[in-house]
Design a protein. Structure first.
Length: 264
């Protein structure tokens, strides 16, 4: 089956970004990873899966607390970085597979914990991906989702997402918190945990580490700089010398899959 245009774009972007992602402070910050682990409430007998695992940071964080930890990603370059991380940490209970988040290569109810971090804004069909996460999660298992969220103000959200799609053409959209909570509710599960924190983003780092549309870093700079007046993105954009700082809200949502099917 041929890849969709968007899937091809994701592959191209994340192949370019793999080494940079492996060094990214936002991905490997211990405090943020601890919140992901806490939300999943792991026990030593659990089998854990991280979908769209990238360079493996979530899998590596869970590995000491579970029986097995598995990462699946669509990009080989990301899986190469994940294996390097596992080797550095001498992890022996982890494994990596290449796969499609919409068609996970696992049996029903194969895992006790299923997580996804910083990937939902790249997905065209959130509902289908979430249903796959639920399918491979066993009854009573835990689902944990972490991503940046857009402002509830539609104008701010639209402006922010336009910048993000320019900065990273594999981005579909950052959704609002209400949108993500509805995703859980529509699937028949209720988010039990909601943790929020801010990631401070720097224009300088974004310009250094992004691969914007047509390589236009100056265009990206202008988009970010024009967001200061009126807080166009809803991210508290402000000057810091010759840099611009922004506070991206991050949310962690977790839920337990029902042990028995609900009523029809």
């Amino acid at each position: 089956m041929s890849l969709s245009r968007h899937a091809t774009t994701i592959g191209e972007q994340f192949t370019l970004q793999a080494e940079m992602f492996a060094k990214s402070p936002i991905l490997h910050a211990d405090a943020a990873l601890s919140l992901m682990v806490e939300a999943g409430a792991p026990i030593c007998s659990d089998a854990m899966l991280d979908v769209a695992c990238g360079p493996g940071s979530v899998v590596a964080a869970y590995a000491p607390y579970v029986s097995t930890a598995t990462g699946v990603d669509a990009t080989s370059a990301m899986l190469d970085q994940a294996q390097k991380l596992a080797n550095e940490k001498c992890l022996t209970n982890v494994s990596w597979l290449r796969g499609n988040i919409y068609e996970l290569p696992f049996a029903d109810a194969a895992f006790d914990i299923v997580t996804c971090r910083y990937a939902f804004h790249h997905l065209e069909n959130l509902s289908a991906a979430f249903q796959e996460m639920l399918r491979v999660c066993g009854p009573g298992g835990r689902i944990v989702v972490c991503d940046g969220i857009a402002s509830a103000d539609s104008h701010q959200a639209d402006a922010f997402n336009a910048m993000e799609r320019f900065r990273d053409p594999s981005t579909v959209a950052f959704r609002t918190l209400a949108h993500l909570e509805d995703l859980f509710a529509d699937a028949g599960v209720t988010a039990l945990v909601s943790r929020r924190y801010n990631h401070r983003a720097s224009m300088r780092r974004l310009l250094e580490n992004s691969f914007p549309l047509n390589g236009d870093r100056e265009g990206l700079r202008r988009l970010i700089e024009t967001s200061i007046e009126g807080d166009l993105f809803g991210l508290n954009s402000r000057r810091d010398g010759d840099d611009v700082l922004m506070d991206l809200p991050i949310v962690i949502l977790a839920a337990q899959k029902p042990s028995t099917p609900g009523p029809d």
